[in-house]
Design a protein around this ligand. Structure first.
Ligand code: GLN
Length: 215
């Protein structure tokens, strides 16, 4: 059973712990470097990316997390977590930094004010048995993705009533090696298949690199 941490500085921690446990992981909170060192994979939850960025430095987790990502730690970032995984961001605050690792440009709060929050069904590559129920909460999108990034999901051209969608074609889920990012929150809709995908990525990395990924 892989041990998967949820970064627990701020944001939607509890629902990720529940979702991970329901797909067979041992789910633990991570607030300290010694806790980070023990996990086989890590979830960066949604919340407020500027706040999580500051807290990562205060809790002295930023450098060890960057180091483990360079070593190949599987990380899943949702919403604010996707912002943290991006190498570059648009519409960040002046002093906002990311952890980086994914060769993407992410735009914060990309869906605008009127549609701050919505739920929708999206097909996600790697998730079988139909569309995933997703929630977007002041969500970002991926504006540009590098060559090594696999696009897993885009906003469709029309909604379920056949009306044109303003954000049509925007990338909202992607993968680069052991890094997975979604603009949406799958943990609050009760659909645990994205967590299942991440757990299988973690299990795959453990068998590929048993000595480097496990401590
Ligand atoms: N708008 C938030 C940010 O910029 C992200 C929102 C979320 O994680 N639900 O960090």
């Amino acid at each position: 059973t892989p041990t998967i941490g949820v970064l627990a500085l701020q944001g939607d921690v509890g629902a990720h712990l529940t979702a991970l446990a329901s797909v067979g992981a041992r789910a633990v909170t991570v607030r300290r470097p010694d806790e980070l060192a023990l996990v086989d994979g890590l979830v960066l939850p949604g919340g407020e990316s500027t706040t999580i960025d500051k807290l990562l430095r205060i809790f002295e987790l930023r450098d060890p997390l960057q180091a483990r990502i360079k070593e190949g730690l599987p990380v899943y970032g949702s919403c604010a977590g996707m912002i943290l995984l991006a190498d570059r961001i648009l519409d960040g605050t002046a002093d906002q930094q990311t952890i980086g690792g994914m060769d993407v440009v992410v735009r914060r709060n990309a869906f605008g004010r009127q549609v701050d929050s919505f739920e929708t069904d999206l097909d996600v590559v790697g998730v079988s048995d139909g569309a995933v129920r997703t929630a977007f909460i002041r969500a970002p999108w991926i504006e540009e993705a590098g060559r090594d990034v696999e696009v897993l999901s885009r906003i469709p051209a029309v909604d379920t009533q056949g009306r044109a969608v303003a954000a049509a074609g925007r990338i909202v889920a992607a993968r680069q090696g052991p890094l997975l990012a979604t603009a949406f929150h799958p943990e609050i809709t009760g659909d645990t298949r994205v967590h299942g995908l991440f757990v299988s990525m973690v299990a795959g990395e453990r068998s590929r690199f048993p000595a480097t990924v496990r401590r």
